[in-house]
Design a protein. Structure first.
Length: 151
């Protein structure tokens, strides 16, 4: 039962952070550095030992799907100055990319006959997407490192 509570709490936080991405918000080190680390920690905490072979294949395919969409998310997120503050804001492409990622992960699970949603796979995918998106944004906006250093 405690795993269900953690899963619901974790997925609620994910939805919250995804929705927040389409509203203007100040860039913070938490979003760029800590969230990917939390995703990796969530992965570690929910990782079964040993990992079933089908889960390994599902994860490898999901990661392969997630990386291009993370790059797109970084591309469709703008950094701009508003009222003297630097803000980030995704657009509708950002939301659609998350929906596509989740849908493709579902398709992969069905194709490989994985019958349950596996928390560690979702957490790893989220950590990778947030991490890759952060790297893309740092590459697109070199001033982002200075902005985050001031926080």
């Amino acid at each position: 039962m405690p795993n269900l509570v953690y899963d619901v709490l974790g997925l609620t936080l994910v939805v919250f952070f995804i929705i927040r991405q389409v509203t203007p918000r100040r860039p913070t080190r938490f979003r760029f550095y800590i969230l990917p680390i939390l995703g990796l920690y969530w992965t570690y905490r929910t990782l079964p030992h040993p990992v079933p072979t089908v889960q390994i294949w599902v994860t490898l395919m999901s990661v392969g799907v997630s990386i291009p969409f993370a790059i797109l998310q970084g591309y469709f997120t703008r950094l701009y100055e508003k009222d003297g503050q630097w803000v980030l804001q995704g657009d509708w492409h950002y939301l659609v990319s998350w929906l596509v990622i989740f849908a493709l992960q579902g398709v992969i699970a069905v194709v490989l006959h994985q019958t349950t949603i596996v928390t560690w796979e979702i957490a790893l995918g989220i950590a990778i997407v947030w991490g890759v998106r952060s790297v893309v944004l740092h590459l697109r906006y070199p001033q982002l490192s200075r902005i985050l250093a001031r926080k």
